[in-house]
Design a protein around this ligand. Structure first.
Ligand code: SF4
Length: 345
């Protein structure tokens, strides 16, 4: 089924297509299972980094636009992820998104996603800004609708906050919303996961993505040995059949190292609402130009989909990204060198 859904997307791919990813490495608090480099904006030192980070990110995006133009690339999708992009203040989010709207031809994009991941930092004003500056898809990520499990993973909000955030997103005019769930969170049960799944379905988002918990060494769960017993995760995934009954279809799938029982992550979508960016990045269809700390640009050789990929890395931490920004800009030359190598015959 996934292959059938992806085939038209693959067939429509042009060798000179690309997508853009902009990363916001900040979050309101740290989830216990997180291994990402994201910094929590609760402490003063980190808060002081956010504004210079946004300023630099805007400059890097301008450089990416110029690079893409010089290489003759066509930008298909744009994705602002994290971390949690809505951990920015409303003014910083507006600065970033208005810069993107001025710098890129948003009308030419097929899709523009912003992760509005957590309700503890996503309010009506930020949802309005996201809509006003052209995003066509957002992601609100409950992970679970159990208040107890939310506490177990270090979230400071409740399930009701997620439901309220979803309603605020609809009120702001967002018509394509994804919700992420995780099977196998500490303290969750098969019944609890199924209840979360049913709650997500009841809200009727356009996408529901079901991840399996992945234990990575850098996460608090693993570092502090708080990973206790996990309930039957494969039975949790079995309950995802209810998604098919509710009209969702699986459209992309991937596995990661360290996932409980070596199970998978699956994106489900209502017909016509499949996230193109997810298909592009998972199937390595075209180049992804990444901006921000921890960004990894993936260069796909034109006409050689799923062939060898060349990568250019940005610095991992926001402080390095800010302090050594000129080196980041200099590395953009690598993108031009790559296309000069592979587009001249
Ligand atoms: S919201 Fe995501 S990136 Fe942020 S701490 Fe939680 S898992 Fe990590």
């Amino acid at each position: 089924g996934i292959a059938d859904l992806q085939r038209p997307v693959l067939d429509a791919a042009d060798p000179m297509d690309c997508s853009i990813y902009a990363g916001i490495p900040f979050c309101p608090t740290r989830c216990s299972y997180c291994s990402f480099v994201s910094r929590t904006v609760g402490d003063k030192a980190t808060r002081a980094l956010v504004q210079p980070y946004v300023d630099k990110l805007c400059r890097e995006l301008t450089a990416i636009r110029e690079t893409a133009d010089r290489c003759g690339l066509r930008i298909r999708t744009f994705y602002i992820g994290g971390g949690t992009p809505t951990a920015l203040s409303a003014a910083q989010l507006e600065q970033l998104m208005s810069h993107i709207a001025r710098t890129f031809d948003l009308a030419a994009l097929d899709e523009y996603t912003v992760e509005a991941g957590r309700p503890d930092c996503t309010d009506a004003e930020k949802l309005r800004i996201i809509k006003q500056y052209g995003a066509t898809r957002i992601s609100i990520n409950p992970q679970t609708f159990s208040d107890e499990v939310l506490r177990n993973i270090g979230r400071r909000h409740t399930a009701q906050d997620i439901i309220d955030c979803f309603a605020a997103a609809r009120a702001a005019g967002h018509t394509n919303i994804n919700m992420d769930l995780i099977a196998g969170l500490p303290g969750d049960t098969v019944e609890g996961f199924t209840a979360s799944l049913r709650q997500a379905i009841a809200l009727d988002p356009e996408n529901i993505t079901v991840h399996t918990l992945t234990l990575k060494r850098a996460s608090n769960l693993v570092v502090e040995h708080r990973a206790a017993a996990y309930d039957d995760v494969s039975a949790m995934l079995e309950s995802c059949r209810e998604l098919a009954d509710a009209g969702y279809r699986p459209y992309y799938m991937y596995r990661q190292k360290g996932t409980l029982q070596n199970l998978e992550n699956i994106g489900w979508a209502k017909p016509g609402c499949e996230c193109l960016y997810n298909i592009y990045i998972m199937e390595e269809i075209h180049t992804i130009l990444s901006a921000g700390a921890g960004g990894s640009t993936k260069l796909v050789i034109p006409g050689q989909r799923r062939g060898k990929i060349e990568r250019i890395f940005n610095f991992k931490y926001p402080t390095e990204y800010i302090d050594r920004f000129e080196e980041i800009l200099a590395r953009k030359q690598g993108v031009e060198d790559f296309y000069a190598r592979y587009t001249t015959t």
